[in-house]
Design a protein around this ligand. Structure first.
Ligand code: ZN
Length: 505
């Protein structure tokens, strides 16, 4: 069986270039045996895209660092809130005679597929449930607790979009990047790409996104020249490509013994096409070709593993915070009121719980502070995106928080200030990568000051975090501050982490 498979793949490879866009419907016997011997094969351009991106040494260093960080996380990292919303925008390019209503409906059909496939609520998940126990004992399918939303408000200017419109543009964007749409996962639907789609392995949320061929986007009848064509007509090309964006590799890795960095996906020799028979095996184990990260037809892929969903969740929580943070601003109902206290930017707030007519001004400056103004100043290293901080009161309630900051701004100074009543507080500065602000990637540091006097100076060599407990009050008629405790931890102490998790629930 295996030999036959390899042989057919080699033979089909000969036709690959010439026929890859042919509209050939697999014959029934091919569906049964699973060996597509035509050029009608799934073609994903992720590897080619990565080859280009990795030729930039800065990108390469950053990418390797991301991989190292994600691979070092065991299990699921805690999110800051229960449901993570990831804003999306869909850009149709080179469309002649566009039917905008039709294209909007097509985009909605695609986002619905993504939410079903990632949430494990797709109708055909039953196929997995029927085979899992016998064929893949001990492996569970993944159910993401993040969701995708087509943005609905506060759209970038210049696209003719109003609050309440969904973020679908037609012939307004060219190429595969739009910095106007930073903070979104962008989907660029482009005709004649030569492949079904491609994405960077690990997206950045800086206006980048996923490219999908106009014949593999969405579900249903389609709109003129943009129509989902069999056998890639169920919206799963984007499920697959978005997996790449969220740092999932192809399930076969690079062959036997070359892992996809996901522990619960079986080792596999190579990709599958068409619709193979359940039970096919390679590298000494049954192959999970029905995984979205393989190359089979849309109708024959129907699951992610739990490990894949965990990996993508960890990637989102560590590397796509800019997209997560943008959700409150651009997703959801357009009529929300400013709450000033829920940790979400809503209503007319201009920052999280601040600004606008209803809430306190953002970045409380000394002039508007009727208590004691405290300045927090960071000198960044190369990886500002690792740094976050929280200021807690004596009850452990977070009063202020900040970060992360831009990468590759070593030496840049960023300042924040808060307005505090006399009392005692805790400042926690965390580094996600556990290497502090100094010194391997630049000479970063931070300080706290009161009225220009620095009462806390950190050299940034703190590893995972630095915790400073301090009190402010009055001494001889003047405002004063003193440090009561200072702890530097190479790793987040379990006690703090537990308290934080409890608080977040
Ligand atoms: Zn791929």
């Amino acid at each position: 069986m295996k030999k036959l498979f390899v042989l057919v793949v080699i033979l089909s490879g000969l036709f690959f270039t010439a026929c890859e866009k042919d509209n050939f419907k697999p014959q029934e016997d091919e569906l049964i045996t699973g060996y597509s011997n035509t050029g009608n094969k799934r073609t994903c351009g992720m590897d080619a895209k990565m080859k280009i991106l990795l030729s930039d040494p800065v990108y390469k260093a950053q990418h390797e660092r991301k991989l190292k960080m994600i691979n070092s996380i065991i299990g699921l990292r805690e999110f800051n809130s229960d449901t993570i919303i990831l804003p999306m925008a869909v850009h149709f390019e080179q469309v002649s005679n566009p039917d905008i209503e039709c294209l909007r409906a097509l985009a909605k059909s695609q986002i619905a597929v993504l939410n079903e496939d990632y949430g494990g609520t797709n109708e055909d998940i039953s196929k997995w449930q029927n085979i899992a126990g016998n064929t893949f004992p001990g492996i569970n399918n993944g159910k993401a607790h993040f969701k995708f939303c087509l943005a609905t408000k506060n759209h970038p200017d210049g696209y003719g979009l109003e609050d309440g419109d969904i973020a679908v543009t037609v012939n307004k964007v060219t190429g595969e990047n739009s910095s106007d749409w930073s903070g979104y996962i962008n989907i660029f639907v482009i005709p004649n790409t030569g492949v079904l789609g491609y994405s960077p392995l690990g997206g950045s949320g800086n206006g980048d996104g996923v490219v999908i061929d106009a014949t593999a986007f969405g579900k249903g009848q389609g709109c003129g020249s943009i129509f989902p064509k069999e056998p890639y007509n169920l919206g799963r090309t984007l499920t697959h490509e978005l997996g790449h964006y969220l740092l999932l590799d192809h399930i076969w890795g690079g062959g036997c013994g070359i892992d996809d960095d996901v522990t619960d996906t079986p080792d596999a020799e190579q990709e599958y096409y068409g619709c193979p028979e359940i039970g096919v095996a390679s590298c000494g184990s049954t192959d999970m070709f029905m995984n979205y990260m393989d190359y089979v037809n849309d109708a024959c892929m129907f699951m992610f593993s739990e490990g894949q969903v965990t990996r993508s969740s960890n990637y989102i929580s560590t590397s796509l915070q800019n997209i997560v943070n943008n959700a409150a601003k651009v997703c959801g109902e357009t009529t929300t009121e400013a709450t000033c206290s829920d940790g979400i930017q809503n209503g007319q707030e201009t920052g999280v719980d601040c600004g606008g007519p209803d809430c306190i001004p953002c970045g409380n400056s000394g002039s508007s502070c009727d208590q004691t103004p405290i300045e927090l100043e960071f000198v960044l290293d190369d990886y500002g995106s690792d740094i976050t901080w929280e200021l807690l009161d004596e009850e452990g309630v977070v009063l202020y928080e900040g970060g992360d900051y831009p990468d590759f701004q070593s030496g840049e100074v960023v300042q924040d200030s808060f307005c505090l009543a006399y009392g005692c507080y805790t400042l926690i500065v965390e580094d996600l990568f556990e290497d502090g602000l100094c010194c391997e990637y630049g000479e970063g540091s931070f300080s706290l000051s009161i009225d220009g006097y620095e009462f806390v100076q950190s050299d940034g060599e703190f590893g995972a975090n630095e915790i400073i407990e301090f009190c402010i009050g009055e001494e001889d008629g003047e405002e004063s501050a003193s440090i009561s405790k200072r702890v530097i931890s190479p790793r987040v102490p379990a006690k703090i982490e537990a308290a934080r998790i409890a608080k977040k629930r």
